[in-house]
Design a protein around this ligand. Structure first.
Ligand code: SAM
Ligand code: SF4
Length: 355
């Protein structure tokens, strides 16, 4: 039996338990560190000086706590996760428990890919624009070239997705990034920059953003490999321009900082629940006693980790087709391919696809 199959069965069991057992997180984002090898204008994390890292044993305790709470999808982020030397061991532990993803700036990707690909379900590589635009926003020459070289190497090893953040300085590049994703035969995920405290204000002015969002929605409709749903773009247009907010379900996502603490409700609001590490918290109890009401109307960000899960409806046929049937099919294809190649947790034969 392929090593990926038990993960699928466990996630199904967790999902069923979640349906019965009140509020529970389904997706987790875990910052493995704040440190970074780049200095992006819009990013607050590389500027922080309060980083405390966990060792492997404590990282596993975090994973166990997340699994107990009901999490099925674990995404690693940072800072720059590829700076962690123990990343392969961390991913191996995670891959036995969750569907795994990681987002990287791609600078070290070609070099580290062989150690990490087999324990990832999806790899996201950030691209803020084409060529000089990306390099300027990332604060480092050659970062575009390095990221694209990483994508070219990874797309044959693991489903690879470009992660594009729309800022006030790259509005014209969004469609070109979609073109690049098509040319490279990978997916692309799009989010809108949020003005974090402590970072350069890079969120686009609402009036300037609208045409870009509408063009991206049109590209999605006409089959571009954009991971977000048409409803995702509709929700941004509705809440920011038409006065019809989407209803946020922030309990579907849990964030864990580098020291293992739960950031509740999210990094944008930067609130923490006490100083305890995740493994010392009864997350299910916290999730069902926390007052979520003030956040149900929170439409401040358009970060896909909150917006897209909040939009999911079991009664929406398009969601069922894309998010449940499509995702299961991609997963089964991957498991079958891995079994044939005798490589547990192996890879799909083509790039593209997504979580
Ligand atoms: C914080 S980075 C960490 C992972 C890795 N260093 C990278 O750049 O991909 C994760 C994602 O957050 C995005 N990001 C950075 N600053 C942001 C902001 N102010 N608003 C929205 N997304 C942002 C980045 O573009 C990147 O795709
Ligand atoms: S967005 Fe990623 S690459 Fe850029 S500074 Fe932040 S953590 Fe580093």
């Amino acid at each position: 039996m392929s090593a990926v199959q038990p993960v699928v069965l466990r996630s199904l069991a967790r999902s069923l338990r979640n349906v019965r057992g009140g509020k529970a997180p389904v997706l987790a984002g875990h910052k493995l560190l704040y440190r970074c090898n780049l200095e992006c204008a819009m990013c607050p994390f590389w500027r922080r000086n309060d980083e405390v890292l966990l060792g492997l044993a404590d990282e596993v305790r975090v994973m166990e706590a997340l699994a107990r709470a009901g999490v099925s999808f674990l995404g690693f982020e940072g800072g720059e996760p590829l700076l962690r030397h123990d990343l392969p061991a961390l991913l191996e532990e995670a891959y036995g428990r969750f569907h795994t993803s990681l987002v990287t700036n791609g600078w070290l990707l070609e070099h580290r890919l062989p150690e990490i690909a087999r324990h990832l379900d999806v790899l996201c590589v950030s691209l803020d624009g084409i060529g000089a635009t990306h390099d300027r926003l990332r604060g480092t020459p050659r970062s575009f070239e390095r990221a694209v070289a990483g994508i070219k190497a990874s797309r044959h090893e693991v489903p690879t997705v470009i992660s594009h953040t729309v800022t006030r300085e790259n509005l014209e590049d969004a469609e070109r990034v979609v073109d690049l994703a098509e040319a490279l035969d990978v997916g692309v995920t799009v989010q809108v920059a949020y003005d974090y405290r402590g970072a350069d204000p890079m969120a686009p002015a609402p009036a300037d953003l609208l045409p870009t969002i509408e063009r991206l929605r049109d590209r999605k409709r006409s089959g571009a490999p954009i991971m977000e749903s048409v409803e995702y773009f509709d929700a941004i247009v509705g809440s920011w321009y038409r006065g019809t907010p989407w209803r946020s379900k922030p309990w579907l996502t849990i964030n864990v900082d580098p020291s293992g603490r739960i950031v509740l409700p999210c990094y944008v609001l930067q609130e923490y629940q006490g100083g305890l590490p995740a493994w010392e918290v009864d997350i299910r109890r916290l999730w069902n006693s926390f007052d979520w009401a003030p956040y149900a109307a929170c439409n401040r960000c358009a970060l896909a980790c909150y917006l897209e899960p909040s939009l999911f409806r079991w009664t929406n046929l398009a969601h069922l087709r894309e998010r449940v049937v499509g995702a299961t099919w991609r997963y089964a294809r991957r498991a079958a391919w891995a079994a044939v190649h005798r490589r547990p947790g192996g890879v799909v034969p083509t790039g593209g696809g997504g979580a």
